[in-house]
Ligand binder design. Sequence first.
Ligand code: V47
Length: 368
Amino acid sequence: MNQDLATIAEKVARGERLTKTDGLLLYESQDLLWLGKLARQVKQRKTGEQVYFNVNRHINLSNICMSRCKFCAFGVDKDAREAYVMDPERVMAIAGQAAALPDLTELHIVSSLHPDLPFAYYLDMIRRLHQAHPHLHIQAFTAVEIAYFAKISGMSVQAVLAALKEAGLGSLPGGGAEVFSPRVRAELCAKKASGEEWLEVMRTAHRLGLKTNATMLYGHIETVEERIDHLLALRALQDETGGFQSFIPLPFHPENTRLSEIRRTTAWEDLKTIAIARLMLDNFAHIKAFWIMLSVPLAQVSLTFGVDDLDGTVMEEKITHAAGAKTAQGITKEDLLKLIREAGYVPAERDTVYNVLRTYEGSVAGAS
Ligand code: V47
């Protein structure tokens, strides 16, 4: 191994922060198992033998979107055949069914940048859901959507977030981050919030006491340096606020998008990116594998590359499936337990803000 990589390994062993140059060097390494071992060391230090999962239900309120990002196959114009908007009764019915399921703790709600719906639609939705199901944690609306709500309502980002929080919003998911690079955003998603705006929404959310997640959509037109810069921007904000809970790397799915000529990332590239994220984001407690995008087998293997959280049962996923994902729409809790156990870890069922509700030592029946 070259001296630079040996120095990085020593830094990781000492718990020292890695630099941008270190990140770029890690990407140059072809020794995937070595990267995995380093990332696993960090995972072990942070979360030991536990791997988290939760029981949740995704709901996408509408797919009508004025942003029409080139990488997205979910958003459509108003007059498209597949265009839909869920009325509140429909959302309440889905949430009611989900709430009746044993162990469900979270509703994960993401929508689109709808050209006509007022902010009141979203605010009332959160209020009604929270009133009907006060025991469920509502994780809703990406930072991009929050910035858009501020624009259409004439309110400040802070006022939008405060109103949603008062209505029952519990935390924000990490979507919409893509890659912060202005070059990439100008090319792929010029109509929505910039990287700076995304970070500013998260800063404001954290100040208001709302925890959030963070993502990176990779494997399209971004460079390796832009990926590292993205991670460093997240790390800097986390130093400032401490409000991020987990980082979720999202591999680009090209099918049905305006970037369909790009090839899907390989398992090698996915595992490398996951491990490097674990190593660079030293101040993030959790790295989450979204099995819907990674595939179940790779999500399981990612537990050996620094991941400590398998995103939940999900139950219905539209964004990745519109872009050609062949994974299932959901997974059972029993399957999640099996996947985690097989990888040699102890499953820890959590709520949205990482309170451990139950750990599963030994056999499935013998929960501790
Ligand atoms: O914001 C859109 C991405 C995100 C494609 O916070 C695509 O816990 C791949 O953010 N190929 C939505 N990705 C999903 C998301 C998420 C998922 C699970 C957990 C959490 C969390 C967040 O999906 C979008 C966008 O960045 N996306 N199109 C595509 N073709």
